[in-house]
Ligand binder design. Structure first.
Ligand code: PDD
Length: 294
């Protein structure tokens, strides 16, 4: 039997089979996690919110002082070609840009060319059963660095936190950041790979955008859909008490869309089932993204 063909990826100026793509061990992405990334969902071969993802990529690159290797038009044509070269139509495009290859030294190397890598995986949107049942989550102290607004590839803290959830049989970890002193309540930030929403008394709230939270593109979609439907939506500080008193909790990301969190630390959230606001939002979300399919 023939081995399945390796998907086509992009590395430093050319398309090639993923199985043949390799980078030098001195790449600073490997040595230091010195790079940034993006994940862009693609529905029916159409990238979803591409301009917003490219704008966030540009902001991440600027924040870590890596020159953006391409303008938006070039990124768009490369992504279009990468998407066209895959066998499946729903995809998640992964882009990574690192500071490049150099002798190991913490300081920026001079005149090093960034490494640019892109691949695309099949996007498996949450199955109906998961949308109907919701997922379990646990809480943990947010021990990440103080620039979580940058989509950096250095994700060790996120990896360790996500594994706590997996070890507990849960799908996500809801992160609570310690306050400025021992008496201050812990504040909700986000999930290890998602943004988190609290629903209480018919209103949706999510933490306001600061250095502790990634400005999620899916979060923006939820905010837009809520506002267009006349559902109260607020970005504000949320404490651990707000999380524990929620009628509904949701998570959102480019690969998981919007999911209800129906148990937290082993206790039911609200009625322990996806609530009425979630059902409304997921219907709006699915309509919105299917309207954008060709
Ligand atoms: N992660 N917060 C964190 C820490 C994330 O890693 C992500 C997404 C989000 C949601 O952002 P968006 O809606 O733009 O996907 C929030 C991606 C999917 C990942 O790392 O694979």
């Amino acid at each position: 039997m023939n081995a399945p063909a390796s998907p086509i990826c992009w590395l430093n100026g050319r398309f090639l089979p993923l199985a043949e793509a390799s980078i030098p061990v001195l790449d600073r992405g490997f040595i230091f996690g010195d790079g940034v990334y993006e994940v862009i969902p693609v529905y029916g071969r159409q990238p979803f919110r591409l301009a917003e993802h490219l704008a966030r990529l540009a902001r991440s690159l600027a924040a870590v002082r890596i020159t953006n290797p391409h303008d938006d038009a070039t990124w768009t044509s490369l992504i279009t070609e990468l998407v066209a070269r895959q066998d499946f139509s729903d995809q998640s495009v992964y882009i990574q840009v690192t500071r490049g290859v150099a002798k190991r030294d913490h300081a920026f190397p001079k005149d090093t060319v960034p490494t640019v890598f892109m691949m695309s995986n099949a996007l498996v949107t949450p199955p109906a059963a998961l949308v109907d049942s919701g997922v379990a989550a646990i809480t943990a102290t947010d021990n990440r660095w103080l620039r979580c607004d940058v989509k950096a590839t250095a994700l060790l803290a996120n990896v360790l936190l996500k594994q706590l959830a997996v070890d507990a049989g849960a799908a996500e970890v809801v992160l609570l950041r310690d306050g400025p002193d021992a008496t201050a309540p812990r504040r909700l930030t986000e999930g290890s790979s998602s943004n988190i929403f609290v629903v209480r008394d018919g209103a949706i709230a999510t933490p306001k955008r600061d250095h502790f939270v990634l400005p999620g593109i899916t979060l923006d979609v939820v905010a837009e859909l809520a506002r267009a439907a006349g559902i109260p939506f607020e970005e504000r500080d949320l404490t651990e008490a707000d999380v524990r008193a929620a009628d509904e909790l949701w998570l959102a990301s480019s690969t998981r869309e919007v999911l209800a969190i129906t148990s937290l630390d082993g206790r039911p959230v609200g009625i322990g089932m996806p609530g009425p606001m979630y059902r409304r939002m997921i219907t709006l979300f699915q309509q919105h993204r299917s309207e954008r399919r060709p």
